[in-house]
Design a protein around this ligand. Structure first.
Ligand SMILES: [Zn+2]
Length: 62
């Protein structure tokens, strides 16, 4: 009895600020470098990705 079609979970959108933010937070929790408060290139990259996913609607104005 497999006639029922379950809604397939949508793949995680690449440009999801929340997903990017979670990736960043998840990394900082598990990364020894980040926990030490040191500059971590991975965290920088994740943070940059997060900012990019937040898009132009949140463009910083100077
Ligand atoms: Zn890190």
């Amino acid at each position: 009895m497999t006639a029922q079609t379950e809604p397939v979970a949508a793949p995680e959108p690449v440009a999801a600020p929340e997903a990017a933010y979670r990736a960043l937070i998840g990394h900082t929790y598990s990364c020894a470098t980040c926990r030490a408060g040191a500059s971590c290139p991975t965290a920088v990259q994740l943070g940059r990705t997060w900012r990019e996913t937040r898009g132009p609607m949140r463009k910083a104005r100077r």
